[in-house]
Design a protein around this ligand. Structure first.
Ligand code: FUC
Length: 783
């Protein structure tokens, strides 16, 4: 008895300590083992070497190139011919014509680049004991500790959103033990110079790329401050000997002001950041950093239970997750996603790229830019439901900025009004179709991003915000009013040319007319525009036109295998890649709500399509499928997808996602999927038939809870319509739920077969117990 009791107590206390930490027994041997910190603008990957520390640095605006216009002057002329060829079924010819005339010039966009590395060498620290390297998600800091010759050394690193510097603090438990040399290296065209007192400065210019000249200046500046000891600066290094402790502050900036203006002064900026931060003690810097991080991070807690496995280093846990004994790793993975979003996407910064904020290469995979045919949207899926609405600000800003270049592309490429962005964009907000017709000739990226704008409103209910982004959504809708064409057979309105992202149809190419996903995205965009115009009481005529056009869009179709058709034609069974990683047509099931249990035929067809696709895929594809199975209310299959994602391969030792290679989207799609397993919310059911006239939120509690998580607790999740939800469950049954209103006043709450209507005033909450039908009166604080 006693032993059992002690084990439980031990596990509980270890769990408390390890709950929110990634930790390792060795320094990182490679980048995919290093640990990320970031303040939305300044990022670092910390390797934790004892003799040689490498801190790889990024600054969010350091990209290749400069402002450019990739329009193809020949594009518009070729459009009618491309359409004719497609409608005649001459897909290859259309593809070739599009490739020759209609793609962007240059054919590729600019890439995200690294600043370089801060290298610290600690002579004699090669042989050490008691090594531990950890990332604490709750304090957003990396800590490395070890002993050499009986002296304990501790290194702590964080990137402060408040003071705009990366902070490195070095301590030893005996005086005079801190000896190191600091240097900087970089793959950029840059020079490093040591300046007194104890300062390293890297001055450089960004890369040229694809014929576009690099016009950004950048600077990284490291200041070393010690307690005691001696500091010398010479040539390109700063050396410290015999100090009791040291504080290093890193500032970095570029001359980027916005996508049209590169007149900033990185020298003045880095000097100013250091001057301000330099006045503060380590404890003050740390306190301010932790408080700001926890303001966001602590809004949500998730407890899925703990077992013995939680005592292992994180890389070992990843390898064992599928064995099913480590529910806490799923919770850690969920919180790691939130940590990453807070660290790479903060107001005033750039949105999360394919690698968030973290990239060591001058030529990263897919340029580490914004791929908007799934990846960038996935990055933001967890933002609203996991209570990080602020983190979408950089994305909203980017979409707003896309309007101007996107209007040019709409005009030059399509002869249309409004604005368009194809399947990628970059720091310079390029909007034209890139890479080649198979991938790039897809005019839907901007429209899909508009769904994120709408979600921000649906969760938050802020009408002032809605008024600001409505013109952006309206411009996106205008583009389709101008470019949709009638397909000859059934006279439906369709996009043409377009494609179902990256998937080849039986015609041997991707380009086609009216792929299902396009129709779904446009239906959402149109419905959201109508709803926004109603809320803002504006644009009556426009609303009517949008509604009339919406009603002529090609409908969702069920094919001969009972599947939701991916294309206008029933091609799915003959498509060359039946297991293709993109599940584009299932957009209607997730992230959209056009397919729900209330549309049973489509719901069954979507399930069939997902089964046909299979359970394989890239990291992000697996992550998408967690969300899709959760929306199909199948917790076991959703959990199976999570185990396929959270294993070595799709998940790297540092818990980052791999496409492969490293790509951060799965780190956001995964947590979004976990959220969808616990809470789903919808406003007034499916929007396919424009049911949005009297919206009411429907909150579905524990809709896809897997057997692997019989007992748990979650607090602070957000639901559409302005609510926050806490839940506690045991033996697979809901015990208690609390619905707090942030702006909503009424919602329907569904759990298993129970549905109750709850009224709650903003700022108040209502408690429900596991049997909803008997509950609301019990504690109704809603009046
Ligand atoms: C899409 C995907 C690829 C990759 C790239 C960044 O093109 O099809 O798998 O994720 O984006």
């Amino acid at each position: 008895m006693n032993r059992v009791f002690l084990t439980i107590v031990f596990l509980a206390s270890t769990a408390a300590a390890q709950d929110l930490k990634l930790w390792y027994e060795k320094p990182a041997a490679q980048w995919v083992e290093a640990l990320p910190v970031g303040n939305g603008r300044l990022g670092a990957m910390v390797f934790g070497g004892t003799e040689n520390e490498r801190i790889q640095l990024n600054e969010g605006t350091l990209w290749a190139g400069g402002p450019y216009d990739p329009s193809s002057p020949e594009a518009l002329e070729a459009l009618p011919e491309a359409r004719r060829l497609i409608f005649e079924g001459k897909y290859r010819e259309a593809n070739d014509l599009i490739g020759r005339k209609m793609m962007a010039r240059p054919l590729q966009q600019m890439q995200y680049e690294p600043v370089g590395d801060l290298r610290l060498s600690f002579p004699g620290h090669g042989a050490m004991d008691n090594y531990r390297r950890e990332l604490d998600l709750d304090t957003a800091s990396v800590r490395i500790s070890y002993t050499v010759g009986g002296v304990k050394f501790v290194r702590e690193i964080f990137s402060s959103p408040v003071d705009q510097v990366i902070v490195i603090h070095l301590t030893a438990d005996k005086p005079g033990q801190i000896n190191f040399t600091a240097m900087m290296t970089t793959p950029q065209k840059a020079a490093v110079q040591a300046e007194s007192p104890g300062t390293l400065v890297m001055r450089g210019v960004n890369g040229d790329a694809k014929g576009i000249k690099g016009v950004l200046k950048f600077q990284a500046r490291v200041r070393v401050r010690t307690q005691g000891g001696k500091t010398t600066s010479e040539k390109d290094r700063v050396a410290v000997s015999g100090a009791d402790g040291a504080l290093l502050l890193i500032a970095a900036a570029t001359s980027y002001k916005n996508y049209k203006d590169v007149s900033g002064d990185p020298e003045a900026l880095t000097q100013a950041y250091l001057a301000k931060a330099g006045l503060k003690t380590f404890n003050t810097l740390r306190r301010r950093h932790v408080a700001e991080h926890q303001r966001l991070f602590r809004r949500v807690t998730l407890d899925l239970g703990v077992t013995e496995a939680a005592r292992l280093p994180t890389d070992q846990r990843i390898a064992k997750f599928a064995e099913g004994h480590d529910p806490q790793l799923a919770a850690l993975y969920f919180q790691f996603g939130r940590y990453l979003l807070i660290s790479c996407s903060r107001p005033g910064g750039q949105p999360a790229t394919l690698q968030g904020l973290w990239n060591e290469s001058m030529t990263p995979p897919w340029d580490s830019k914004y791929t908007i045919n799934i990846n960038t949207e996935m990055n933001y899926w967890p933002a609203e439901p996991t209570n990080l609405g602020e983190c979408t600000e950089p994305l909203i800003q980017m979409v707003t900025e896309l309007v101007e270049p996107g209007s040019r592309t709409a005009k030059v490429n399509w002869g249309a009004g409004g604005w368009v962005c194809h399947h990628n964009t970059d720091l310079w907000r390029a909007t034209a179709p890139i890479d080649g017709p198979t991938w790039g000739f897809w005019p839907m990226g901007g429209a899909w991003l508009c769904k994120q704008l709408w979600d921000h409103y649906e969760f938050g209910g802020d009408k002032t915000y809605m008024a600001k982004v409505y013109p952006v959504m309206k411009g996106a809708a205008q583009f389709f009013l101008d470019t949709l064409v009638e397909e000859p057979k059934r006279k439906w309105l369709v996009t043409c040319p377009s494609l179902s992202p990256e998937n080849t149809h039986p015609g041997g190419v991707s380009v086609c007319a009216g792929p299902t996903m396009d129709m779904e995205i446009i239906r959402d965009l149109f419905n959201h525009c109508i709803r926004a115009a109603e809320i803002l009481d504006t644009d009556k005529d426009f609303r009517a036109r949008v509604a009339a056009t919406r009603d002529r869009l090609a409908p969702l179709e069920i094919g001969s295998a009972g599947q939701l058709q991916e294309w206008l034609e029933d091609w799915d069974m003959q498509a060359p890649e039946i297991h293709h990683r993109h599940v584009s047509h299932l957009y209607a099931l997730f992230p959209s709500d056009q397919i729900t249990p209330l549309t049973p035929d489509l719901f069954a067809a979507a399930k069939k399509s997902l089964e046909m696709r299979g359970d394989g895929g890239t990291g992000w594809s697996l992550a998408w499928k967690i969300n899709l199975w959760a929306r199909l209310l199948d917790g076991e299959h959703a959990y199976k997808m999570l185990t396929l994602l959270l294993r070595p391969g799709p998940t790297l030792p540092n818990l980052l996602d791999s496409c492969p290679p490293f790509q951060i989207d799965g780190n956001f799609g995964g947590p979004s999927g976990i959220t969808e397993m616990l809470l789903q919310s919808d406003i007034a059911g499916p929007s396919t038939t424009n049911h949005h006239s009297s919206p009411i939120s429907v909150l579905h509690l524990l809709p896809a809870l897997p057997k692997a998580w019989p007992t748990g607790k979650v607090t602070g999740l957000r639901a559409r319509g302005g609510f926050e939800v806490d839940m506690r469950w045991k033996d697979g049954r809901l015990e208690k739920a609390t619905i707090r209103s942030t702006s909503g006043t009424a919602c329907k709450v569904r759990y298993a077969s129970d549905v109750v209507e709850v009224k709650v005033k903003p700022g108040r909450s209502v408690d429900l117990n596991g049997s909803l039908m008997t509950a609301p009166k019990a504690s109704g604080a809603g009046d």
